[in-house]
Design a protein around this ligand. Sequence first.
Ligand SMILES: Cc1cn([C@H]2C[C@H](O)[C@@H](COP(=O)(O)OP(=O)(O)O[C@H]3O[C@@H](C)C(=O)[C@@H](O)[C@H]3O)O2)c(=O)[nH]c1=O
Length: 184
Amino acid sequence: MQIRETFFESVHLLDVPRYPDERGWFSESQHQQQYADLLGLDAPVFLQSNVSHSHINVLRGMHAQLTRPQGKLIQVLSGEIYDVFVDLRADQATFGLWHGIRLSAQNSQQLWIPAGFAHGFLTLAQDTTVLYHCSDYYVPNDQITLLWNDPDINIQWPNSHTSPVLSPKDQAGMTLKEYIKCAS
Ligand SMILES: Cc1cn([C@H]2C[C@H](O)[C@@H](COP(=O)(O)OP(=O)(O)O[C@H]3O[C@@H](C)C(=O)[C@@H](O)[C@H]3O)O2)c(=O)[nH]c1=O
């Protein structure tokens, strides 16, 4: 497996091998020991796995958990997304900065986002299915939503001329300034 650096030192893009043959292809979606070695993590790394399916132009996020932050290993099974992560690690010089990466079902790339980031994505294709493994459980009362279009974060979403479809929770997300107050 090949590991690529991204804008943030601890966020990695992984090229997961695919094994094609006359039937189609095979690929491993999660191998505890390999990921622990590759990413320098302690096992157990993943406690919960999720799948979401979305129509085109759906924006989910930006989500984080305050006291039980989740690391996420993200992979697109069908369609395409623009995946975005915002650094919420208060002790980092990159606090409040964001980065985005396109992920698609065309390859078996996976994106590893460690705990401490808010995460979200915009779907760029109809019938987009995303699989992600999380390093901790979902704790609804612990979750916060950062506003996807907070001018202080200034995420440059693709197709910005059209309004994305958001859940009511995500429409009512907090700004980075509000987050700083609520987290301190
Ligand atoms: C995230 C999650 C949701 N749910 C339920 C709650 C709700 O009824 C329904 C939909 O939840 P949400 O609207 O929060 O789903 P969604 O907006 O897809 O939330 C996800 O967004 C992406 C960007 C992430 O990074 C994930 O960690 C997760 O927060 O599913 C669970 O049962 N378990 C879970 O782990």
